[in-house]
Design a protein around this ligand. Sequence first.
Ligand code: UDP
Length: 324
Amino acid sequence: MAVRRIERVLVTGAAGFIGSHLCERLLAEGCEVLGFDNLLTGSMENIEGLLGHPRFSFEHYDVTNYLYVPGDLDAILHFASPASPADFERLPIQILKVGSLGTHKALGLAKAKAARFLLASTSECYGDPEVNPQPESYWGHVNPIGIRGVYDEAKRFAEAMTMAYHRHHGVDVRIVRIFNTFGPRMQLDDGRAIPNFFRQALRGEHVTVFGDGSQTRSFCYVDDLVEGIWRLLGSDYVGPVNIGNPKEMSLLEMARKIIELCGSKSRIVHRELPPDDPKVRRPDIGLARRVLGGWEPVVPIEEGLARTRDYFAVALARREAKSP
Ligand code: UDP
């Protein structure tokens, strides 16, 4: 399946939740990894285990600016972007900039280095979908001027720019549409459902379910996602590929699972559903199975959640020790 040996790689958003796992995997595969991150939502703690690695280097850098990298690059993995719905209101301009200007800079660098370019895109391209599950051929149902529009449209623009560089400049591109992913190194306060539920359940606070909790998501453990991305990087498939776990569940069910897993006495309380919150979301992974050598998620949700609980329990204790 591998088309070209991937030896020296740039990862933007290297200190983020997914970016840091990806760097770890690339190092394990023998690559030299250059990580860039402006630490707006990423954290040095996510990469503290990588900093001494002889094939890893890190630069605190905002990739919406001109990118300069000396030497050859075989691949650029563009993962920089705030991605939590809570950030959509807090960091709207930064999100639009990294999805547009950041993608443009990263593609320009890929062109200059004749490097393969892999874009981290998102299930948000489908918006509040009118078909379920979502295949890559579905064009989506997005409110461009809504609160989520800053992220959805930035990523849709990034996909358009990626395909334009492919068609117009012959850049070798891959696009992964990432569905809800969870695991260690999510930020405790990033505002997403899984970190919120764990933080609240571990502290015995009310667990906040937005709306009646009947909206669904399909949660994928981060190791399964990274395996899919690694295979996509080595594949010859150009065009968006969904990577996610097709096991769909309601948010109410997820909140109950997490409370139980934490052995918590927390009660569920309901809060207002944010505008344009997708009612359903589930990947059709038929294409991924076909083009990525039979890839599919293998980590059971319960096991992934147990590992995530252990991570959050330590992260919470660490934080409370700093500022009780
Ligand atoms: N959500 C919730 N409680 C929270 C945070 C989020 O019920 O404390 C809901 C949110 O409204 C959405 C779902 O959980 O329906 C997943 O939200 P998340 O922020 O994790 O990501 P999204 O899939 O919306 O991008």
